[in-house]
Design a protein around this ligand. Structure first.
Ligand code: KIV
Ligand code: ZN
Length: 507
């Protein structure tokens, strides 16, 4: 395991900003800058000073308020005017850096820059030397090989040039995968080559775009290949499919045992703020911060998630949500793939009483509905719960129950057959069961209890709930419930719900 601490260099305000439909003004950049300081990044690229007046002003303002321990940089092409602007823009920053760059891939040198490799080499060395002369001991120079990921054919030329660039005064060499076109390993091999070829006091940096969705992997593995500075953006903002996502890299390194110098607990709230401020929505499946990142829908996953809910390591999550300041809200979504655990958790979470056995009994009804309409809302599941726990349909139909002085008259049907029974005395549960047995039905009570109810939650004025356990002819124990404003009626409803549950077991 490596003991080097990664250096998080944020590019949200430059690469992220240049990709926005409406780039941020100085005021907005300042808000994000303060969040970056709270996150504890080590370096912040404030902008591209020569790009616009607004960017120049933002670089100056952020430099004015920068603390002593954070590197502030401004981007500049390898041209004097850009470098002059950048130097001027960040002059008040206590720790300043000029970041200059030029493309070195054969393709870009030929078709975009229209320059020979020798011309590019000369321009790069001169620019670095010029930037260093402007800063002296008061700042450092970072040089980026734009399109480094496309430099397989001419890596020897690149390395040779970088050695000269280091001599000219660059102390940070940044290796961008400006466009992610191929497998991570090919890029990492190039990083290793540069790392091995340059003096060990030179900081190797990577800057990976996410065109194929592997920027996080490329950045994390580059760290293990020798890169110390990791250029990342909040929410992965950046040109096209974005830059490397800061949160994913930080958490992946943390999970790999690397000491990450960031306040990870700021991540979740910051992600929401950045989404608001950039207008770039967090997509549902976004790792760590997406609305679905903690949702479980299959029965097996739901079971594992619930069993490990309070543990630091979860069966189906990469981190404990609190690591990134996210509420511990592993959400269970009920679909046709879900099972009893989800019903149990959703109903319990909503505040209603249910046992796992009841959840198992009613989950087929929920699955059936989900097959038709897709993921069920909590309200859908509660409706199913009320229907199949408190109003169980079946061959028995309680048509009427009337309390007359000390007795209760019951009128019920079993299929087409009608029954009238009269229950006497103060023990209506016992009396009712005996009367039902006498009418020819098999019913064995194992357990009985009463619970007071939260009227508001249950609705319909119900304040009493009876819970009964019956032994079904199959030997199974069946749990049934009844609720009503009257205790006696709640008991009788529980008995009839129980009769139907047992009857329905016959299939
Ligand atoms: O993607 C890139 O190559 C860049 C450089 C300017 C560092 O953003
Ligand atoms: Zn970039």
């Amino acid at each position: 395991m490596t003991t080097r601490q990664p250096f998080f260099y944020d590019i949200t305000l430059r690469d992220g900003n240049q990709s926005l439909k409406k780039p941020w003004n100085t005021f907005e950049k300042e808000i994000i800058f303060k969040h970056l300081l709270e996150l504890n990044v080590q370096g912040i690229e404030a902008g591209f000073a020569a790009a616009s007046e607004m960017d120049f002003e933002a670089c100056s303002r952020l430099s004015d308020i920068a603390p002593d321990n954070v590197v502030i940089s401004a981007l500049a092409r390898c041209v004097e005017n850009d470098i002059n602007k950048a130097v001027k823009a960040i002059e008040s920053a206590p720790k300043k850096r000029i970041h200059t760059f030029i493309a070195m891939s054969p393709f870009n040198m030929e078709y975009v820059l229209g320059k020979s490799p020798e011309e590019v080499r000369k321009q790069a060395i001169e620019a670095v030397s010029y930037a260093k002369s402007k800063l002296g001991n008061k700042g450092e120079v970072q040089f980026s090989v734009e399109h480094f990921g496309d430099c397989h054919e001419n890596i020897d030329f690149v390395i040779d040039t970088l050695q000269e660039i280091v001599k000219a005064g660059a102390s940070i060499i940044n290796l961008p995968n400006t466009v992610e076109r191929t497998r991570p390993k090919k890029f990492i091999n190039l990083v290793e080559k540069v790392y091995n070829a340059l003096p060990k006091n030179i900081i190797i940096s990577v800057h990976n775009h996410n065109d194929l969705g592997m920027a996080t992997a490329v950045t994390v593995e580059s760290y293990f290949a020798g890169a110390v500075q990791l250029e990342c953006a909040l929410n992965g903002l950046g040109e096209r499919a974005g830059n490397t996502n800061m949160y994913e890299v930080a958490v992946a390194l943390h999970n790999s045992g690397v000491e990450v110098p960031l306040n990870l607990s700021k991540i979740y709230e910051l992600a929401l703020t950045i989404s608001d401020m950039s207008g770039v929505k967090i997509y549902e499946k976004a790792p760590l911060i997406g609305p679905d990142a903690l949702a479980h829908r299959s029965g097996i996953h739901q079971d594992g998630a619930i069993k490990t809910k309070d543990m630091q390591k979860g069966a189906y999550r990469p981190i404990h949500p609190s690591l990134i300041g996210r509420k511990d809200d592993e959400k269970l979504g009920f679909t046709s793939q879900s099972g009893k655990t989800a019903v149990y958790e959703i109903i319990t979470e909503a505040g209603y009483p249910i046992t796992l056995q009841e959840a198992q009994r009613i989950s087929p009804f929920a699955k059936e509905t989900a097959e038709k309409i897709g993921e069920l809302s909590t309200k859908n599941i509660i409706d199913i719960y009320f229907k199949h726990v408190f109003n169980v349909e079946g061959a028995f139909k309680l048509c009427n129950m009337e309390k007359i002085e000390n007795s209760i008259n019951l009128h019920f049907m079993y299929h087409e057959k009608e029954f009238d029974i009269k229950l006497q005395g103060n023990g209506p549960v016992d009396a009712c069961i005996k009367a039902i047995q006498k009418a020819g039905f098999n019913l064995e009570l194992l357990h009985y209890e009463q619970q007071a109810l939260n009227e508001e939650l249950m609705g319909s004025g119900a304040t009493a709930m009876s819970i009964m356990h019956f032994k079904a002819p199959t030997g199974q124990t069946v749990i049934s419930r009844g609720m009503d404003e009257s205790t006696i009626k709640a008991n009788i409803k529980a008995i009839f719900n129980g009769l139907n549950i047992i009857e329905n077991l016959k299939g």
